[in-house]
Design a protein around this ligand. Structure first.
Ligand SMILES: *Cc1c(COP(=O)(O)O)cnc(C)c1O
Length: 451
């Protein structure tokens, strides 16, 4: 059957409800139907190409239709597509768990699989709570989270998040959490370094821990970059201080590396830049190279042992998802990790990050840019109405959306977070493509800031 952009969009709108979308927008904002992808490029049914500058919502690492990952999945497909992981196991699940233990920070020796990022957060929250309960500390029922954090959309994950746009509507449904002032360096004083600001901001966390630690299971953070929270960034010193304080106050540390893991921040995992090991590390998104839904919660032997007992004592972690440890997903993840281990991905990313820094340089002087910030393969440009006062544009004006629309018309997929334009491309982007991405963003911003 012949397919074209228009007919597919019509059929879509008749039956499909899209994620994170006001569907009415599509009365004037065309959906983009994608026929195929190759490397950093997506192609629609009319042959228009789009540079995927946001790695398809931060999941893609080594390009679309990556030959190595394709091959790995095809091989697995002919052997075993999926099997129940309760009471059963399979080669890919074992090999991936071994690999994850090897490459994650020291002490994370046990791997619990789930099938998406939010589920991994739910697992970590429940495991932490349940650990303390198994130890007889059932007064520990609370979680501490940072201002402006994001951990997913299921009710538990949403509760420990702090982005009002996603959270407020569901407030009455959510568990109470303790929210602490964040280390976000956008708010540092003139002349203050990231390190100074982030360590100064730790005072609030320390105070809250000293007052509430006996009721707190864990502190949950996104190491170094609060991605959904407008790509706000902070210094590794905060994580160092947090690790020490969690030890001192006997509280778990949950590192949500769902977005920042797998090389995004310059190191394989963001926690490495602080030299810390969390008690729980949540992984998803890049885990499968952007191919298949899979997630993992890495934890310690100490946590594992607190659940390990005779069945009658009812200390087991009775949590599961149907697609836990899916074989195709595990195989895609193994191929992804193999690329890291056989090619100099982090070295190559350093060069690409430098090229991104160079391409973003000109935005710093723009009269409507308050800040250009970068950690590794993430660059964010904060658009404001007034540069000096940093007064934001009213959100109703949807300036970022104008950049999105303009960029699409020029063949680049940018998806600003409000008025923050960012680049988070797959690691197979070239320097020329980085320049194209930045040039299109520059032109889009000129249009978006008019009137
Ligand atoms: C995307 C994301 C999640 C949620 O993952 P899903 O697979 O979308 O449920 C959680 N935490 C962070 C930091 C994320 O970026």
């Amino acid at each position: 059957m012949h397919l074209d952009n228009q007919s597919l969009v019509q059929r879509d709108l008749a039956v499909l409800w899209h994620p994170c979308s006001q569907m009415k927008d599509h009365e004037h904002l065309p959906l983009i139907p994608i026929r195929s992808g190759l490397g950093v490029w997506l192609e629609d049914f009319a042959g228009n190409r789009y540079l995927d500058a946001i790695s398809s919502w931060w999941v893609n690492l080594f390009g679309h239709a990556n030959p190595l990952i394709n091959q790995a999945i095809k091989g697995q497909l002919d052997t075993l597509e999926h099997v129940i992981l309760g009471g059963f196991t399979h080669q890919a699940a074992v090999e991936l768990a071994e690999k994850l233990v090897e490459i994650t920070p020291p002490g994370l020796n046990k791997c619990f699989y789930a099938d998406n990022g939010s589920s991994a957060i739910e697992v970590a929250l429940k495991m932490s709570f349940h650990y303390w309960r198994n130890l007889g500390q059932s007064q520990k029922t609370k979680f501490i989270t940072l201002e402006n954090s994001y951990h997913g959309e299921t009710l538990g994950a949403l509760a420990v998040g702090n982005v009002a746009l996603y959270k407020d509507t569901y407030g009455p449904l959510l568990m109470d959490v303790i929210t602490v002032a964040g280390p976000d360096c956008y708010y540092r004083e003139v002349g203050e370094s990231w390190e100074q600001y982030s360590s100064r901001r730790f005072a609030d966390m320390d105070l809250v821990l000293s007052e509430h630690a006996d009721q707190v299971c864990a502190v949950i953070v996104e190491p170094l970059v609060q991605c959904a929270g407008s790509m706000r960034m902070y210094d590794p010193v905060y994580l160092k201080l947090l690790r020490a304080a969690c030890d001192k106050y006997n509280v778990h540390l949950i590192a949500d590396e769902i977005a920042v893991g797998f090389g995004r921040t310059g190191t394989l995992f963001a926690c490495e830049q602080a030299g810390i090991s969390p008690d729980f590390m949540c992984l998803s998104k890049g885990l499968t190279g952007g191919y298949l839904p899979l997630s993992a919660v890495m934890t310690t032997d100490v946590v594992y042992q607190a659940f390990y007992d005779d069945y009658q004592n009812l200390t087991a972690f009775l949590h599961s998802h149907s697609y836990t440890g899916n074989a195709l997903g595990c195989r895609a993840a193994l191929a992804t990790i193999e690329i890291f281990q056989t090619q100099d991905v982090l070295g190559n990313n350093r060069r690409l990050a430098e090229a991104m820094a160079k391409a973003a340089e000109r935005f710093k002087e723009h009269p409507n840019v308050a800040e250009v910030r970068q950690i590794g393969m993430i660059v964010a440009i904060e658009l404001v109405k007034h540069k000096q006062s940093r007064q934001p544009y009213p959100w109703q004006q949807r300036r970022g959306l104008k950049v999105y629309q303009y960029a699409l018309s020029k063949g680049v997929l940018l998806r600003p977070l409000g008025n923050v334009i960012y680049f988070m491309p797959p690691y197979v982007i070239t320097e020329q493509e980085i320049e194209l991405m930045a040039e299109v963003a520059w032109q889009g911003i000129q249009i978006a800031v008019q009137d």
